[in-house]
Design a protein around this ligand. Structure first.
Ligand SMILES: NC(=O)c1ccc[n+]([C@@H]2O[C@H](COP(=O)([O-])OP(=O)(O)OC[C@H]3O[C@@H](n4cnc5c(N)ncnc54)[C@H](OP(=O)(O)O)[C@@H]3O)[C@@H](O)[C@H]2O)c1
Length: 325
């Protein structure tokens, strides 16, 4: 089969596209998927550069999520069968024509969903659903401020926030990204690279502040956003796409009786599998009912994976980029 290979921890240019052996065996609790599409995620870049929390053994194919058709199942797997259309969480190994996923991270997809759309939803929608529902316990009528709202997890947070009945304020760096956020139902938009975030939120909320902040950006934006939080607010720490891990003066949460809430979706799926699976099934039903819709801004053939990854690295993606096989 064809696959993208990472042979040393280095930048995107060092990746290769070559013929490799197909996965030889499927474990008892695993599923072999004939991959039709693979999602490209920010952590894929961190992993190949050796900057992620976990370093896979070399050589490996990057790619943490795929959509495709089940080719084989392990003896203990009963919830999917050969021929089913599924999504699978793979950690790595997704940028390949065949990939193995643990059965507890494999889900049948609705008939109405195509493979490209399906491949791009597991990580970003899974992360944002977990953050907003399990961690922030976002309620209908609350105000949600989303940073990096045009990116993968950010746009998913806008989509889920609206579906849950929140008032959503989307923040992004360009009018193009904010226009897509509006299409996804954002009630208000702020170009946070040029506008005064605190003043705009004060105007929008009548001085009350926001209930929940969704923060996948970090850097200077974290404290600026936290200063817009209302009484009893929750600030979700999702990621540091800006590159710097911020320090927050601890008087700020005290003054607003507010919480700083960590979100680590990958570990959550492993440590609380039942809650993860129930949430994922609920979310897939929301997709089937038309309440959610993943945004794919570009698709690339597998051999052009480097170009797809560069779009993500260069902050050019709106929603998701997907590889097709
Ligand atoms: N905690 C978890 O479980 C979890 C799960 C998935 C992802 N993440 C993390 O969440 C972050 C976002 O992931 P994603 O897939 O949404 O990525 P993405 O699609 O690239 O979006 C990231 C957004 O961050 C903003 N940004 C600000 N400064 C940036 C910079 N210097 N370089 C790149 N982007 C910058 C950009 O929005 P503007 O241009 O509008 O500012 C961009 O749209 C990453 O750090 C990722 O590792 C965490």
């Amino acid at each position: 089969m064809k696959a993208i290979l990472c042979k040393s921890f280095a930048d995107i240019d060092a990746l290769t596209y070559e013929e490799v052996p197909s996965p030889a065996t499927v474990g008892k609790n695993q599923v072999l998927i004939s991959v039709k599409a693979a999602g490209v995620n920010f952590p894929d870049i961190l992993i190949i550069e050796g900057k992620y929390q976990v370093r896979p053994a070399l050589p490996f194919s990057p790619g943490g999520e795929v959509a495709g058709i089940v080719k084989a199942v392990g003896e203990a797997v009963s919830h999917v069968k050969v021929g089913d259309s599924v999504i699978g969480g793979t950690w790595t190994g997704g940028y390949a024509e065949e990939s193995v996923a643990d059965a507890e991270r494999v889900f049948r997809i609705p008939e109405s969903m195509n493979f490209a759309e399906a491949a791009g939803l597991l990580t970003v929608y899974g992360t944002s659903y977990h953050a907003l529902v399990d961690r922030a316990k976002l309620q209908a009528g609350e105000t949600l401020l989303v940073l990096g709202a045009g990116g993968g997890v950010g746009l998913a947070a806008v989509d889920i926030g609206k579906a849950l009945g929140a008032k959503v304020i989307a923040c992004a760096s360009s009018p193009e990204k904010l226009a897509v956020c509006k299409e996804y139902g954002a009630d208000e938009t702020i170009q946070y690279t040029t506008e005064d975030l605190k003043e705009r939120v004060k105007q929008i909320t009548g001085g009350k502040g926001v209930d929940v902040i969704y923060d996948p950006v970090g850097g200077d934006f974290t404290e600026k956003a936290f200063r817009t939080i209302g009484w009893g607010g929750r600030h979700l720490i999702v990621g540091f796409a800006e590159g710097n891990i911020p320090n927050l003066p601890m008087n700020l949460p005290l003054l607003k009786s507010a919480s700083v809430v960590g979100v680590f979706w990958g570990s959550f799926t492993a440590t609380q599998p039942a809650l993860f699976q129930a949430g994922l099934q609920n979310m897939l039903q929301m997709f089937e009912a038309g309440k959610l819709k993943a945004h794919i801004c570009a698709t690339y053939p597998l051999e052009q994976a480097k170009e797809a990854m560069r779009l993500v690295a260069n902050r050019q993606v709106i929603g998701k980029v997907v590889l097709t096989m």
